[in-house]
Write a protein that binds this ligand. Structure first.
Ligand SMILES: Nc1ncnc2c1ncn2[C@@H]1O[C@H](COP(=O)(O)OP(=O)(O)O)[C@@H](O)[C@H]1O
Ligand SMILES: [Mg+2]
Length: 207
């Protein structure tokens, strides 16, 4: 799909980005529902220099993961500032309060994260609960791969593994917030102990 065709195919805005955020629109993509993430309304300098890098990163990860359970299918890139993925009818996990998530959802989140890591991709931003969606039939999807690391060689694999460890903290963090009674000893350990990457970051920042 071309950029000029986009307005006519747009059904509604899912997420109106503010400031430096992209907007996400629900789009009719040859009869399927697509979520189009678009950075074209951003301030000029950011749009020119930063947004294309973010789009490239995210498209690279989504292409690499295409067909993985729990990850929206990649539909196509529109231009340097926008791309389309499968629309997931789901509720972002940041909208759930304590006691509102069924216990069986947690192993599904773990499975989605594991499937992604098994394909050599670390997410990097799963701490933000708005990057996980829960569908009405209880399926979990991971979205927002702007910070993702794809393992392609020995060095990027090392970084990917380090970020994957941080990804794995997102589940205990979520449990602590919405279902603290489900925290296991292993979860507690993960919450209390910084990962390698977190230790490096602390050293770097002198804390
Ligand atoms: N594939 C999708 N299906 C349904 N909703 C989506 C999809 N992708 C994004 N969204 C919605 O748009 C919001 C922002 O998308 P996201 O990729 O997380 O962008 P941002 O970088 O601004 O956080 C999400 O929290 C979700 O509500
Ligand atoms: Mg997000």
């Amino acid at each position: 799909m071309k950029r000029r065709e986009l307005p006519a195919q747009t059904l509604r805005t899912i997420h109106a980005g503010r400031g430096f955020q992209s907007s996400v629109h629900l789009v009719d993509w040859n009869g399927s529902h697509a979520a189009v993430k678009d950075f074209s309304r951003l301030p000029p300098l950011f749009r020119l220099f930063i947004a294309p890098i973010l789009v490239k990163r995210e498209v690279k990860a989504l292409r690499h993961l295409d067909g993985t359970r729990g990850i929206p299918r990649f539909f196509g890139q529109i231009d340097r500032l926008a791309f389309a993925i499968e629309y997931i009818e789901g509720r972002p996990l940041d909208t759930f309060k304590i006691g509102e998530l069924a216990p069986e959802v947690f192993p599904r989140i773990a499975a989605a994260i594991e499937a992604m890591h098994a394909r050599g991709v670390a997410h990097g931003d799963l701490k933000r609960r708005s990057n996980l969606l829960l569908t009405p039939d209880g399926e979990v999807f991971l979205i927002d791969f702007a910070a993702a690391i794809v393992a392609r060689g020995p060095l990027s694999r090392k970084l990917m593994r380090a970020v994957a460890d941080v990804d794995e903290k997102s589940l205990p963090r979520l449990k602590k917030f919405v279902a603290p009674e489900l925290l296991t000893e292993e979860d507690q350990w993960k919450l209390e102990n910084p990962t390698k990457l977190e230790r490096w970051a602390r050293k770097l920042l002198g804390r």
